[in-house]
Design a protein around this ligand. Structure first.
Ligand code: FES
Length: 270
Protein backbone atom coordinates (compact mmCIF):
# COMPACT_ATOMS: atom_id res chain seq x y z
CA UNK A 1 0.00 0.00 0.00
CA UNK A 2 1.15 3.51 -0.71
CA UNK A 3 3.33 5.07 1.98
CA UNK A 4 1.87 8.00 3.90
CA UNK A 5 5.30 9.43 4.62
CA UNK A 6 6.56 9.98 1.10
CA UNK A 7 8.06 12.54 -1.25
CA UNK A 8 6.47 12.40 -4.71
CA UNK A 9 5.35 8.81 -4.01
CA UNK A 10 8.83 7.77 -2.84
CA UNK A 11 8.62 6.38 0.73
CA UNK A 12 10.93 8.31 3.08
CA UNK A 13 11.66 5.51 5.55
CA UNK A 14 13.78 3.38 3.17
CA UNK A 15 15.75 6.49 2.19
CA UNK A 16 16.66 7.30 5.80
CA UNK A 17 17.43 3.81 7.12
CA UNK A 18 20.66 3.84 5.14
CA UNK A 19 21.94 6.47 7.62
CA UNK A 20 22.02 4.34 10.80
CA UNK A 21 22.99 1.20 8.88
CA UNK A 22 25.98 2.81 7.20
CA UNK A 23 27.05 5.00 10.11
CA UNK A 24 26.78 2.32 12.79
CA UNK A 25 28.68 -0.23 10.74
CA UNK A 26 31.26 2.47 9.99
CA UNK A 27 31.48 3.27 13.70
CA UNK A 28 32.19 -0.36 14.52
CA UNK A 29 34.86 -0.62 11.84
CA UNK A 30 36.56 2.63 12.96
CA UNK A 31 36.40 1.57 16.60
CA UNK A 32 37.74 -1.91 15.89
CA UNK A 33 40.68 -0.65 13.84
CA UNK A 34 41.27 2.14 16.35
CA UNK A 35 41.30 -0.39 19.18
CA UNK A 36 43.69 -2.71 17.33
CA UNK A 37 46.06 0.01 16.14
CA UNK A 38 45.63 2.50 19.02
CA UNK A 39 45.01 5.41 16.69
CA UNK A 40 43.20 8.27 18.36
CA UNK A 41 41.92 9.66 15.05
CA UNK A 42 40.05 6.41 14.36
CA UNK A 43 38.70 6.34 17.90
CA UNK A 44 37.28 9.83 17.38
CA UNK A 45 35.88 8.89 13.97
CA UNK A 46 34.20 5.87 15.52
CA UNK A 47 32.63 7.98 18.25
CA UNK A 48 31.33 10.66 15.89
CA UNK A 49 29.87 8.18 13.37
CA UNK A 50 28.24 6.31 16.25
CA UNK A 51 26.49 9.50 17.41
CA UNK A 52 25.54 10.40 13.85
CA UNK A 53 24.05 6.92 13.43
CA UNK A 54 21.87 7.45 16.50
CA UNK A 55 20.60 10.72 15.05
CA UNK A 56 19.94 8.99 11.72
CA UNK A 57 18.04 6.20 13.48
CA UNK A 58 15.80 8.73 15.24
CA UNK A 59 15.11 10.47 11.92
CA UNK A 60 14.35 7.20 10.13
CA UNK A 61 11.98 6.13 12.90
CA UNK A 62 9.55 9.00 12.27
CA UNK A 63 8.32 7.98 8.78
CA UNK A 64 8.55 4.33 9.82
CA UNK A 65 6.16 4.87 12.72
CA UNK A 66 3.81 6.88 10.50
CA UNK A 67 3.63 4.07 7.96
CA UNK A 68 3.33 1.39 10.63
CA UNK A 69 0.23 2.94 12.17
CA UNK A 70 -1.43 4.38 9.07
CA UNK A 71 -0.58 2.00 6.24
CA UNK A 72 0.06 -1.47 7.68
CA UNK A 73 -3.35 -3.12 8.31
CA UNK A 74 -4.08 -3.76 11.97
CA UNK A 75 -4.55 -7.37 13.13
CA UNK A 76 -2.28 -8.56 10.33
CA UNK A 77 0.97 -10.50 10.21
CA UNK A 78 2.66 -7.40 8.80
CA UNK A 79 1.58 -5.29 11.79
CA UNK A 80 3.09 -7.87 14.17
CA UNK A 81 6.24 -7.96 12.05
CA UNK A 82 6.36 -4.16 12.12
CA UNK A 83 6.17 -4.12 15.92
CA UNK A 84 9.11 -6.55 16.14
CA UNK A 85 11.03 -4.54 13.52
CA UNK A 86 10.56 -1.33 15.51
CA UNK A 87 11.36 -2.97 18.86
CA UNK A 88 14.60 -4.46 17.58
CA UNK A 89 15.59 -1.07 16.19
CA UNK A 90 14.97 0.51 19.59
CA UNK A 91 17.17 -2.14 21.21
CA UNK A 92 19.89 -1.34 18.64
CA UNK A 93 19.58 2.38 19.39
CA UNK A 94 20.00 1.80 23.12
CA UNK A 95 22.98 -0.48 22.53
CA UNK A 96 24.76 2.19 20.50
CA UNK A 97 23.85 4.90 23.01
CA UNK A 98 25.31 2.71 25.73
CA UNK A 99 28.45 2.20 23.66
CA UNK A 100 28.79 5.97 23.24
CA UNK A 101 28.31 6.55 26.96
CA UNK A 102 30.87 3.88 27.79
CA UNK A 103 33.47 5.30 25.43
CA UNK A 104 32.77 8.69 26.97
CA UNK A 105 34.14 11.09 24.38
CA UNK A 106 35.89 11.15 21.01
CA UNK A 107 39.17 11.56 22.86
CA UNK A 108 38.77 8.24 24.69
CA UNK A 109 39.58 4.83 23.27
CA UNK A 110 36.84 2.19 23.03
CA UNK A 111 37.34 -0.89 25.17
CA UNK A 112 36.32 -4.47 24.42
CA UNK A 113 32.85 -3.92 25.90
CA UNK A 114 32.20 -1.05 23.49
CA UNK A 115 33.17 -3.27 20.57
CA UNK A 116 30.99 -6.15 21.75
CA UNK A 117 27.99 -3.87 22.32
CA UNK A 118 28.41 -2.28 18.91
CA UNK A 119 28.64 -5.72 17.33
CA UNK A 120 25.40 -6.74 19.06
CA UNK A 121 23.80 -3.55 17.76
CA UNK A 122 24.84 -4.45 14.22
CA UNK A 123 23.33 -7.92 14.68
CA UNK A 124 20.09 -6.21 15.73
CA UNK A 125 19.93 -3.98 12.68
CA UNK A 126 20.75 -6.98 10.48
CA UNK A 127 17.76 -8.87 11.89
CA UNK A 128 15.61 -5.76 11.73
CA UNK A 129 16.63 -5.21 8.11
CA UNK A 130 15.59 -8.75 7.29
CA UNK A 131 12.14 -8.04 8.78
CA UNK A 132 12.01 -4.72 6.94
CA UNK A 133 12.77 -6.53 3.70
CA UNK A 134 9.84 -8.86 4.31
CA UNK A 135 7.60 -5.87 5.00
CA UNK A 136 8.66 -4.20 1.75
CA UNK A 137 9.06 -7.10 -0.64
CA UNK A 138 6.43 -9.56 0.55
CA UNK A 139 3.89 -7.40 2.37
CA UNK A 140 4.46 -4.60 -0.14
CA UNK A 141 4.25 -1.85 2.44
CA UNK A 142 5.04 1.39 0.67
CA UNK A 143 4.41 -0.09 -2.78
CA UNK A 144 1.98 1.93 -4.85
CA UNK A 145 -0.14 -0.15 -7.18
CA UNK A 146 -1.92 1.22 -10.19
CA UNK A 147 -5.06 0.00 -11.88
CA UNK A 148 -5.54 -0.22 -15.64
CA UNK A 149 -5.37 3.21 -17.27
CA UNK A 150 -3.14 4.33 -14.36
CA UNK A 151 -6.01 4.55 -11.87
CA UNK A 152 -4.84 4.78 -8.26
CA UNK A 153 -6.30 3.19 -5.17
CA UNK A 154 -8.84 5.55 -3.65
CA UNK A 155 -8.99 5.77 0.12
CA UNK A 156 -11.65 7.54 2.13
CA UNK A 157 -12.79 7.94 5.71
CA UNK A 158 -16.54 8.17 6.14
CA UNK A 159 -18.27 9.39 9.30
CA UNK A 160 -20.87 6.64 9.50
CA UNK A 161 -22.86 4.03 7.62
CA UNK A 162 -25.61 6.56 6.94
CA UNK A 163 -23.17 8.54 4.74
CA UNK A 164 -22.40 7.58 1.12
CA UNK A 165 -18.92 6.18 0.58
CA UNK A 166 -18.62 7.34 -3.03
CA UNK A 167 -20.50 8.05 -6.20
CA UNK A 168 -20.84 4.99 -8.41
CA UNK A 169 -19.13 6.86 -11.25
CA UNK A 170 -15.92 7.05 -9.20
CA UNK A 171 -15.13 3.37 -9.64
CA UNK A 172 -14.13 1.94 -13.00
CA UNK A 173 -14.57 -1.75 -13.75
CA UNK A 174 -11.80 -3.60 -11.91
CA UNK A 175 -11.05 -0.74 -9.53
CA UNK A 176 -11.30 -0.85 -5.73
CA UNK A 177 -11.59 1.74 -3.00
CA UNK A 178 -10.63 1.44 0.67
CA UNK A 179 -13.18 2.91 3.04
CA UNK A 180 -12.58 3.50 6.75
CA UNK A 181 -16.00 3.48 8.35
CA UNK A 182 -17.19 2.68 11.85
CA UNK A 183 -13.70 1.49 12.85
CA UNK A 184 -13.64 -1.04 9.99
CA UNK A 185 -11.65 -1.25 6.77
CA UNK A 186 -14.05 -2.10 3.97
CA UNK A 187 -13.13 -2.51 0.32
CA UNK A 188 -15.61 -1.36 -2.32
CA UNK A 189 -14.97 -2.60 -5.84
CA UNK A 190 -16.67 -2.65 -9.19
CA UNK A 191 -16.77 -5.66 -11.49
CA UNK A 192 -18.88 -6.46 -14.54
CA UNK A 193 -21.82 -7.38 -12.28
CA UNK A 194 -21.88 -4.18 -10.28
CA UNK A 195 -20.40 -2.67 -7.14
CA UNK A 196 -19.65 -4.89 -4.13
CA UNK A 197 -18.36 -4.30 -0.62
CA UNK A 198 -16.27 -6.72 1.42
CA UNK A 199 -13.90 -6.72 4.36
CA UNK A 200 -10.51 -5.35 3.40
CA UNK A 201 -8.92 -7.89 5.74
CA UNK A 202 -7.84 -11.12 4.04
CA UNK A 203 -8.87 -14.07 6.19
CA UNK A 204 -5.43 -15.64 5.82
CA UNK A 205 -3.05 -13.18 7.52
CA UNK A 206 -4.84 -9.88 7.23
CA UNK A 207 -3.56 -8.67 3.88
CA UNK A 208 -5.19 -5.52 2.43
CA UNK A 209 -7.54 -6.77 -0.28
CA UNK A 210 -8.28 -3.29 -1.60
CA UNK A 211 -4.64 -3.30 -2.66
CA UNK A 212 -5.05 -6.58 -4.53
CA UNK A 213 -5.98 -7.26 -8.12
CA UNK A 214 -9.64 -7.31 -9.14
CA UNK A 215 -9.99 -9.79 -12.00
CA UNK A 216 -13.52 -10.43 -13.16
CA UNK A 217 -15.52 -10.52 -9.92
CA UNK A 218 -12.63 -11.94 -7.90
CA UNK A 219 -10.02 -10.24 -5.76
CA UNK A 220 -6.53 -11.63 -5.29
CA UNK A 221 -4.74 -10.84 -2.04
CA UNK A 222 -1.40 -9.11 -2.69
CA UNK A 223 0.40 -10.98 0.12
CA UNK A 224 0.03 -14.72 -0.59
CA UNK A 225 -2.37 -14.85 -3.52
CA UNK A 226 -5.62 -16.04 -1.95
CA UNK A 227 -8.60 -15.34 -4.19
CA UNK A 228 -12.14 -14.52 -3.13
CA UNK A 229 -15.37 -13.97 -5.03
CA UNK A 230 -16.27 -10.38 -4.16
CA UNK A 231 -19.99 -11.03 -4.79
CA UNK A 232 -20.37 -13.50 -1.94
CA UNK A 233 -17.00 -13.71 -0.20
CA UNK A 234 -16.36 -17.34 -1.10
CA UNK A 235 -12.77 -18.58 -1.27
CA UNK A 236 -11.74 -19.37 -4.84
CA UNK A 237 -8.14 -20.23 -4.04
CA UNK A 238 -6.11 -20.48 -0.82
CA UNK A 239 -4.06 -20.38 1.29
CA UNK A 240 -7.03 -18.61 2.94
CA UNK A 241 -9.65 -21.06 4.21
CA UNK A 242 -12.27 -18.76 5.72
CA UNK A 243 -14.69 -16.95 3.49
CA UNK A 244 -14.62 -13.19 3.35
CA UNK A 245 -17.10 -10.99 5.14
CA UNK A 246 -19.24 -9.13 2.59
CA UNK A 247 -21.58 -6.19 2.97
CA UNK A 248 -24.75 -5.20 1.20
CA UNK A 249 -24.63 -2.15 -1.03
CA UNK A 250 -27.38 0.37 -1.65
CA UNK A 251 -27.22 2.89 -4.47
CA UNK A 252 -29.45 5.91 -4.20
CA UNK A 253 -29.30 8.70 -6.78
CA UNK A 254 -25.91 7.39 -7.83
CA UNK A 255 -24.49 7.52 -4.29
CA UNK A 256 -23.13 4.26 -2.86
CA UNK A 257 -24.02 3.29 0.72
CA UNK A 258 -22.72 0.32 2.71
CA UNK A 259 -25.17 -1.40 5.02
CA UNK A 260 -23.95 -1.64 8.59
CA UNK A 261 -24.51 -5.38 9.05
CA UNK A 262 -22.46 -7.84 7.05
CA UNK A 263 -24.69 -9.53 4.49
CA UNK A 264 -22.98 -12.88 5.01
CA UNK A 265 -21.46 -13.90 8.35
CA UNK A 266 -17.95 -15.30 8.72
CA UNK A 267 -17.82 -18.90 7.69
CA UNK A 268 -15.43 -21.59 6.56
CA UNK A 269 -14.92 -22.59 2.98
CA UNK A 270 -17.00 -25.61 2.03
S1 FES B 1 -2.78 -12.54 3.82
FE1 FES B 1 -2.11 -14.41 2.97
S2 FES B 1 -3.28 -14.64 1.19
FE2 FES B 1 -3.99 -12.82 2.06
Amino acid sequence: MRSRAHISSHPIHPMLVSLPIGLWIGAFVFSLIGYLTDRSLLNAAGFYTLIAGCVGAALAAVPGVIDLFTVVPDRSSARSRGYIHGSVNIVALFLFLYAAARQGSPFDAPDQTVLIVEFLGICCIGYSGWLGGTLAYRNQIGVEHLYANAGKLKERTVDGFERPVCNQSELADGQAMLVHIGGERIAVARCSEGIFAFSDRCTHKGGPLSDGAIVGCAVQCPWHGSQFDIRNGRVIAGPAEDHLKTYAIEITAGEVYIRRQPSIPDRKAA
